[in-house]
Design a protein around this ligand. Structure first.
Ligand code: ADE
Length: 420
């Protein structure tokens, strides 16, 4: 394998550890392995360049290798400055994938890595949060013409894509991987539920049982975070802006109230809304001494850091990924991972068996767009149901689980409006 030499990574000597990490996750990603075997034979991406902007940790690296096995020339960059793992990046470069990414770059460096990735003039794009697509449709339209299409990982990115589509500015088809059943039912709910608490627990090393956890947002990710907080023994409060989701949270057994009220009760806060300023000045004013704040949404805008800094007389790092803010009245508030998504900035992201399905959808979704981009047109589309169902079937087979099939009589019964 030739090493791609124009990569930008922190330290190539870290590669052996990166290889170990990638080997470990590969053993736990049977669905993606099955797709890789087919890609190796069929080479669906032969002659194409693929740009991938994702949280650059081991599972993502393995997706890059699967796309490469499908014949693509792959370039990867990070979708968050704190989620990139330098050892994984070094291993990828050794495996012939071009990488522009390092842990904790300056904002300028981070942006330059995105731009360098686009300057490879990709035919296909995998995005997470919509940064590559936004740059292509705004400041670097000169790099857009050869792009066939792509796939987007997150709720946040899909919102941005739909805004582009609504203004009739989207230049190519994008598959909304987030909206596939095999994504949000498992990744958003069980993946986020587990990885957020893994990130918080390994960072704080404190007990959750008996404490009050405030979860802001009861989408699929919020549901998972609240469910696992309950499992850890916490009293859980949910805040929402959507009446239906609020009723759902109530019926699921959680207390539901406004953030104004919840702010007084929380020991832990986790924001999972995709929106800005969820926790802000008026909330810090009433918080308990020692409250721990974390975010699991894509961007670091959910916990307002400008307000927090303005209200604090001192700030210091008290433990890796924990900043202590001493407010002007002496109360302390702790912020994890700079308010960036805690499961990836202070952890390894979702479990491998979960990302197995998500990244299988990315791989087959990208293949679908690559083959059908002309017929699809310039729009945001869902992963076709057959591909979603195929990923679930592969997962069942990997788990050794057999399910029932309809008898001919049952099928006829379901399809008839007479025979009931
Ligand atoms: N690992 C890679 N991408 C991830 C994501 N979007 N969420 C959680 N873990 C991940």
């Amino acid at each position: 394998m030739t090493v791609v030499t124009d990569s930008i990574v922190a330290d190539m000597s870290l590669a052996p550890n990166g290889h170990l990490k990638i080997d470990w996750v590969r053993e736990h990603m049977p669905v993606l392995n099955r797709i890789r075997e087919r890609f190796e034979k069929e080479k669906p991406f032969a002659g194409l360049k693929v740009a991938i902007c994702l949280h650059l940790e081991a599972k993502t690296a393995y997706l890059g290798k699967v796309i490469q096995a499908g014949g693509a020339e792959v370039t990867m960059t990070g979708s968050n400055p704190l989620s990139t793992q330098d050892d994984v990046c070094a291993a990828l470069v050794e495996d012939g994938i071009r990488v522009f990414a390092k842990y904790n770059p300056s904002p300028e460096e981070y942006k330059s890595h995105l731009i360098k990735t686009l300057e490879t003039r990709p035919d296909l794009i995998i995005d997470d949060g919509g940064d590559l697509i936004t740059i292509l449709h705004s400041e670097r339209q000169d790099l857009i013409s050869q792009v066939r299409g792509g796939a987007e990982e997150t709720t946040t990115g899909i919102l941005r894509l739909k805004a582009l589509e609504k203004e009739a500015k989207l230049n190519f088809p994008m598959v909304a991987v987030n909206d596939a059943f095999c994504k949000y039912l498992f990744d958003n709910r069980y993946g986020t539920g587990q990885s957020v608490w893994d990130g918080i627990d390994r960072t704080t090393n404190l007990v959750v049982a008996g404490k009050t956890v405030v979860v802001a947002g009861y989408g699929w990710c919020g549901k998972g975070v609240a469910l696992r907080a309950k499992g850890l023994g916490a009293k859980v409060i949910v805040t929402e802006i959507d009446a239906i989701k609020a009723v759902e949270a109530y019926m699921d057994g959680f207390e539901v109230m406004s953030m104004e009220e919840a702010a007084k009760h929380g020991d832990y806060f986790v924001t999972v809304t995709g929106n800005r300023d969820i926790i802000r000045k008026e909330h810090y004013e009433v918080m308990k001494d020692g409250a721990i704040l974390s975010n699991a949404g894509h961007f670091d805008v959910e916990i307002n850091k400008v307000d927090l800094n303005a209200m604090s007389k001192s700030v210091r790092t008290v433990r890796k990924d924990i900043e202590e803010f001493v407010l002007n009245d002496g109360r302390k508030v702790y912020l994890l991972a700079e308010g960036r998504l805690v499961n990836l900035a202070a952890g390894d992201g979702h479990p491998a068996e979960i990302m197995d399905m998500t990244f299988a959808l990315q791989a087959v979704g990208l293949e679908y767009v690559s083959k059908n981009y002309e017929q699809i047109g310039k729009k945001v589309l869902n992963v076709p149901y057959e591909l979603d169902a195929m990923v679930a079937q592969y997962k069942l087979e990997a788990l050794g689980i057999k399910i029932d099939t309809l008898t001919p009589e049952q099928k006829a019964y379901l399809e008839s409006w007479v025979e009931h």
